[in-house]
Design a binder for this molecule. Structure first.
Ligand code: SAM
Length: 269
């Protein structure tokens, strides 16, 4: 496997969050309601990073598994979850090849915080979405989230302040590179006890927006695609939405939704 892009960032990654355990109640309610609507009991986070959402879903009572390609991120997830007494199965798996590791199906697979930007082109994105499709049960859902939307991509802000707490600031300084971007992360520690400055950066060859996701999700045989522009289920608007959330369903092998297939079965009986 290629170089671990998070090797020098994993231990600092969680500084994105005031606390690993506190989640925005609006986001919690989004996932709770979405999972209830789709009868979700088991969730695979296929780019689980340091495990924050695994912790959230576990604490909401879901059966969770986490996978990621980065050993450093998985090691941090292991530390985070073990220190909270949570026994969540973690595995090093490329989300383009989930079927090579998992011989079971999930009710939901999530791929959050633009993790899918890390595949270089649409052919690789199709591999990823097809692999996710392969480990979902019929009627299961995929959930994708990104802080880059059509609107933010059009506006191309150079500076994005991510964190600004008393003693710590994290600033993204973005280089726009045609259809991709380099996110330079500047961490400034300015507390009395600890003053330091650290940098890290990640380059995405391609940024995928609403229409790209629609095209590739459909090519991977997903149905009932829905795009939201907020965690309150507001429909996605390319002009105004600051975030992009996509949800899509796996239908049965005949191309029927689970509801229709169930109705047909009951009529046949
Ligand atoms: C920006 S982080 C997001 C982590 C986590 N989902 C979150 O919301 O905090 C992106 C994650 O995607 C993972 N990732 C990138 N490419 C991947 C791949 N091909 N297969 C599995 N994980 C991958 C990275 O290792 C990293 O942990």
């Amino acid at each position: 496997m290629a170089r671990d892009r998070y090797e020098h960032f994993a231990e600092r990654y969680d500084l994105f969050f005031g606390s690993f355990d506190d989640h925005d109640p609006v986001i919690v309610e989004f996932f709770r309601a979405l999972f209830e609507r789709h009868n979700v009991r088991s969730v695979l986070d296929c780019a689980c990073g340091t495990g924050r959402e695994l912790h959230l879903f576990h604490s909401l009572g879901f059966e969770v598994c986490g996978s990621d390609i980065s050993e450093a991120m998985l090691a941090q997830a292991e530390r985070n979850l073990a220190s909270r007494g949570e026994d969540v199965p973690l595995a090093r798996v490329d989300f383009r090849e989930l079927g090579r590791h998992y011989d079971r199906k999930f009710d939901a697979v999530v791929c959050l915080s633009s993790a899918f930007f890390e595949v270089p082109d649409e052919a690789e994105l199709l591999k990823a979405f097809s692999s996710i499709h392969g480990v979902l049960r019929e009627g299961g859902i995929v959930v994708l989230t990104s802080g880059t939307s059509d609107k933010t991509w059009r506006e191309k802000p150079r500076f994005i302040p991510e964190v600004n707490r008393g003693d710590f600031t994290r600033l993204f300084i973005v280089d726009y590179l045609g259809s991709g971007a380099r996110f330079n992360v500047l961490d400034i520690y300015h507390g009395e006890a600890h003053k330091d400055l650290q940098v890290w950066s990640i380059t995405y060859e391609r940024v995928y927006l609403r229409d790209d996701l629609e095209r590739v999700l459909e090519a991977a045989d997903f149905r009932e695609l829905k795009f939201f522009g907020s965690y309150q289920f507001q429909p996605y608007d390319t002009a105004t939405s600051d975030i992009l959330i996509a949800v899509a369903e796996k239908w049965d092998s005949r191309g029927l939704s689970v509801r229709v297939a169930r109705e047909m079965r009951s009529r046949e009986l």
